[in-house]
Design a protein around this ligand. Structure first.
Ligand SMILES: Nc1ncnc2c1ncn2[C@@H]1O[C@H](COP(=O)(O)OP(=O)(O)OP(=O)(O)O)[C@@H](O)[C@H]1O
Length: 249
């Protein structure tokens, strides 16, 4: 089967510093894949390369077998890839409902149809209500997003990311800054919302990584030093040495 995401010999330099060094990576359709590695290893840069926010210096990125490197982010999004960001990225003055509706409208290509009354578009209303219930914020639907708790904002952000039913979802540190209980809820949410889709997640919390991922890739100094099942990664001596250290011993 054609992989959902493929990186072929991708390199990225900023100035004359090579940040991503010859990455080859394949994420199968329907797989939950975690990208881990120490701070500064190049995880966010890899996300930016896949989602079109930066272009590879050499090599190519493919989505469902088609080259996407060089396309702008919105075109990659139109082809079925949706990503969240490391920092919370919601419209603070808009309500929870409006934030979600905006994402649903965008995915339906209705963003310029300003002459239509969007409240009269049942498919938009239904999808917005569905996703609102999925992220368990129905009781908070009219609250401005800026007034939500941090964990609620992150849940909203995940809702926005999946609202358009993209087949491939990229989440950048979705549980960063959360308490243990909030993290557990977020993991359950991510698991539910990505059912039947492909997920690539960057995450520092090892309990999230090992609890959620079907496969894990370890990035160190811009290179993938190992890819495999959680068990393979846990037992890989190179990984223990380079990244997990005492934690995995
Ligand atoms: N636009 C840029 N220009 C120059 N250097 C950059 C740029 N973007 C990232 N870098 C550098 O690339 C390296 C990798 O950064 P990146 O943010 O991808 O790492 P990361 O693995 O996501 O780290 P963290 O876990 O801390 O988020 C860092 O040394 C960073 O300073």
């Amino acid at each position: 089967m054609t992989p959902a995401i493929e990186l072929r010999a991708v390199e990225k330099s900023f100035g004359n510093i090579k940040i991503i060094r010859n990455i080859t990576l394949s994420v199968a359709q329907g797989e939950r894949h975690a990208l881990i590695g120490p701070n500064g290893a190049g995880k966010s840069t890899t996300f930016n390369l896949i989602s079109g926010y930066t272009k590879p210096t050499t090599g190519s990125v493919l989505l469902h077998g088609e080259v996407i490197s060089g396309l702008p982010p919105y075109q990659i999004n139109r082809r079925g890839l949706s990503r969240s960001f490391q920092v919370t990225n919601v419209f603070a003055n808009m309500s929870v409902w409006e934030n979600l509706r905006c994402a649903v409208l965008w995915s339906m290509g209705q963003r310029y149809a300003f002459w239509k009354n969007i409240d009269n578009l049942p498919e938009v209303r239904e999808r917005t209500a569905e996703i609102l219930a999925d992220i368990e914020l129905t009781a908070r639907r009219d609250v401005p997003a800026g007034l939500l708790t941090y964990a609620e904002q992150r849940a909203l952000e995940i809702g926005i990311t999946v609202a358009g039913r993209a087949a491939v979802i990229l989440l950048d540190e979705p549980t960063a800054g959360m308490s243990r209980a909030e993290t557990e809820r977020a993991v359950a949410l991510i698991r539910r919302l990505t059912e039947g889709r492909t997920l690539l997640i960057v995450e520092h919390d090892m309990s999230v990584v090992f609890g959620l991922a079907d496969r894990i890739s370890v990035l160190v100094y811009g290179q993938i030093i190992a890819s495999g099942t959680p068990e393979e990664i846990r037992n890989n001596p190179k990984v223990k040495e380079a990244y997990l250290g005492e934690e995995a011993a």
